[in-house]
Design a binder for this molecule. Structure first.
Ligand SMILES: Nc1ncnc2c1ncn2[C@@H]1O[C@H](COP(=O)(O)OP(=O)(O)OP(=O)(O)O)[C@@H](O)[C@H]1O
Ligand SMILES: O=c1ccn([C@@H]2O[C@H](COP(=O)(O)O)[C@@H](O)[C@H]2O)c(=O)[nH]1
Ligand SMILES: [Mg+2]
Length: 254
């Protein structure tokens, strides 16, 4: 349910922008929401979603940079880790399983995480999403595509040396159950084995933007800023498609 933008304003001529624009996919709706929209269960989204996956090892600075992207470009920030921690705090049915998985530095089943992300996307008034810390595995990625029915427009990879990531996590001091040396080592192993293949996948698809995640927070953001500025520069009528899926009439014979 998505199509590639075919033409762009001739006034935008930088090669970077042209390259970026060619990657701009638009969607008519979150696919799974379409039937519900047509049945009037949920209100149709006015604008098509623009999805950025924010990837990188533990402590690479994903959350820190997401705050800056939100402030500057008005995205909604959905941290998969925060959504899972919220489930633990709310003592939901999956809470205990999620807590054990996080303590072990392992990955929560895709279905659980994708459903949490989907719910947040549907509840949001925003159409620009930063999905932070997800997908962490190829199975996560496929599950997102199947359940949500769309692919990301942009994938950011915060590339940070392990030594620096360990130092940052151990200094974070937010009381996280996984911010200890034993769990960090496990998380780094999981990142290498399961998350790097996802990053490689998006690199091959030409959607990956690698950020050198060392230096000050502001210095790092200066690598991030032009990526989103380029998308902002694309004229509105070529950036978003109005959602026409609400015009589809569903005749339910059941
Ligand atoms: N450029 C930087 N230089 C030094 N410290 C940083 C930098 N960016 C972030 N930090 C700090 O490092 C710690 C980890 O950053 P952050 O929480 O943003 O990482 P993360 O990638 O979201 O990690 P996780 O995957 O564990 O959630 C935080 O305490 C943050 O303040
Ligand atoms: O998609 C996800 C995201 C996170 N997890 C688990 O949560 C912790 C913490 O995540 P952060 O992004 O670092 O806050 C992570 O180590 C995983 O155990 C997950 O399973 N799936
Ligand atoms: Mg984080």
């Amino acid at each position: 349910m998505w199509r590639r933008v075919a033409s762009l304003s001739s006034s935008i001529s930088s090669s970077f922008l042209a390259q970026t624009a060619s990657r701009l996919n638009t969607w008519e709706s979150l696919t799974t929401g379409i039937a519900q929209q047509a049945k009037g269960v949920i209100a149709p989204k006015e604008k098509t979603p623009f999805i950025t996956f924010v990837l990188g090892g533990p402590g690479s600075g994903k959350g820190t940079q997401c705050i800056k992207i939100v402030e500057t470009f008005g995205f909604a920030h959905l941290s998969a880790g925060d959504l899972l921690r919220r489930e633990i705090a709310s003592k939901s049915a999956d809470g205990a399983m999620i807590l054990n998985t996080i303590k072990e530095g392992k990955i929560v089943p895709s279905q659980v995480t994708v459903k949490l992300i989907q719910k947040e996307m549907e509840l949001s008034d925003n159409h620009k999403f930063l999905i932070d810390g997800f997908p962490r595995t190829e199975e996560n990625r496929v599950s997102f595509e199947q359940i949500i029915g769309v692919e990301p427009n942009v994938v950011l990879f915060f590339d940070c040396p392990e030594e620096e990531m360990v130092k940052r996590v151990l200094n974070r001091n937010e009381g996280r159950v996984d911010d200890n040396l034993e769990t960090i080592k496990k998380r780094l192993t999981v990142f290498q084995a399961l998350s790097l293949p996802v990053i490689n996948y998006y690199s091959e698809k030409g959607k990956l933007y690698t950020i050198k995640a060392i230096g000050t927070e502001d210095e790092i953001f200066e690598q991030v800023r032009p990526i989103f500025a380029a998308f902002e520069a694309i004229p509105l009528n070529t950036r978003w498609n109005w959602n026409i899926s609400a015009l589809v009439v569903v005749i339910d014979m059941s």
